[in-house]
Design a protein around this ligand. Sequence first.
Ligand SMILES: NC(=O)c1ccc[n+]([C@@H]2O[C@H](COP(=O)([O-])OP(=O)(O)OC[C@H]3O[C@@H](n4cnc5c(N)ncnc54)[C@H](O)[C@@H]3O)[C@@H](O)[C@H]2O)c1
Length: 457
Amino acid sequence: MSDLKNTGQGKKFSRRDFLKSSASAGLSAALAGGALTGTSLSGKTQEDKKPAELKVALIGAGTQGRVLIESCLRIPGIRFVAVCDIWEYSQRYASRYLKKYGHDVNVYEDYRDLLSQEKGLDAVIVATPDWMHAEHANACMEAGFHVYCEKEMSNSLAEAKTLVQTARKTGKLLQVGHQRRSNPRYIHAIDRLIHEKNILGRINAVYAQWNRAKSDMLGWPKQYTMDQGKLEKFGYASMTEFRNWRLFKKYGGGPLVDLGSHQIDLFSWVYGVNPSSVMASGGIDYYKNWQWYDNAMAIYEFKTKKGTARGLYQVQTTTKHGGFYEAFMGENGSLVISEVPQRGNWAMREAHAPEWESLVKQGYLKSEAPPIQKVDTKNIFLDVRVTAEAGRWPIPVEMAKPAHQPHLENFFNAVLHGTPLNCPPEIAYESAVAVLKTNEVIETRRYLRFRPEHFKA
Ligand SMILES: NC(=O)c1ccc[n+]([C@@H]2O[C@H](COP(=O)([O-])OP(=O)(O)OC[C@H]3O[C@@H](n4cnc5c(N)ncnc54)[C@H](O)[C@@H]3O)[C@@H](O)[C@H]2O)c1
């Protein structure tokens, strides 16, 4: 596994880039200090001082593009100058929204026009469907721009590999959108509690799931139907496939890639190694009109420093039972976490484990919630706490920002200061291998033993 993972050894910045970025010292200070409190959505500070600006373009202004816009608008000094999208609906939505917050953007249909006309860009955010990531992000880096590219790097490993190679060749930064890697709650849980304080002892099993209720295919406002010629020009067979690209093999990587990649990525972060093997099963068992499987279960093996350990992952698209979360289970306790803290944000201690009170005193954990007990009070049963094992020790770190903001801040800080990226392409590639190879296992109904070369780009 690459040693870049959150270790402060991310890609270095060239001198030319540094000189260019040092012109934006005002923004540097704002970002470096994480000085986002007191910042309005319009990007103005409370003192109404205008910070220096990083000029940013967005390619792909759909659902996730808009989520990223929202987060960027909260970061002082980020100025959108251009938006590219092939669909008029997305173009209008994003450009009008940005205008409302004072960002007047040039609008493009074809990314090649954006790259040939927008010469002063500092960075490009790519949030198009997975199958276009490599083409778009490679072209941006080749044009001299740093890139924040949504996950998955690609729905093809060969194309994902080109992204690592282009970043290396051009010296441009490429942050891939596995945003949990910059989430302070996850960093505290994994780097501080699990790795530094070893609160779980030897971890033998990890589990994660993403379960969603059943859903219909996405539609679109009929006045925004693209004609067949235009759809084909951009590689889409129909409006249905264009809107529901995730369900089709040409454009997406299936639910394990779409949802699971965020979480299977954490298995490797926790264990400190990539998986050594995988077995998996999945199928199109419910929906009639999907090309990808609609449910999957995968079991990974990891050869960790402490011994063999396993990870179980499942994704369901016909039930929201349990929602989405990750659980790391060790001999001395377990830790449950989710991007939505209500679903997971605590550690649980085994009765025989070393004490955790000193960790509370040092601020690593909050005090254990009292155990639940059933007490008979005149035939009325009240929930009170029973055993130490049932108690939860909350993770004391709060994340008061939208989920993607810290990952974007980490990227913009890297652009300005050369500080390490939390998800550079080498790390994202390892994650892509773990999920895209599992798709092959599901397809061929075979067991796969990973070799170290699989993870090298
Ligand atoms: N990190 C996360 O948590 C997260 C969450 C959701 C989606 N995503 C990722 O974000 C990306 C976009 O997903 P989405 O849900 O926004 O999809 P979407 O279909 O809502 O949006 C995609 C947008 O890209 C545009 N587009 C398609 N082809 C294009 C092209 N060739 N050139 C320019 N624009 C093009 C579409 O018109 C649309 O506006 C995907 O890679 C997805 O995996 C990440």
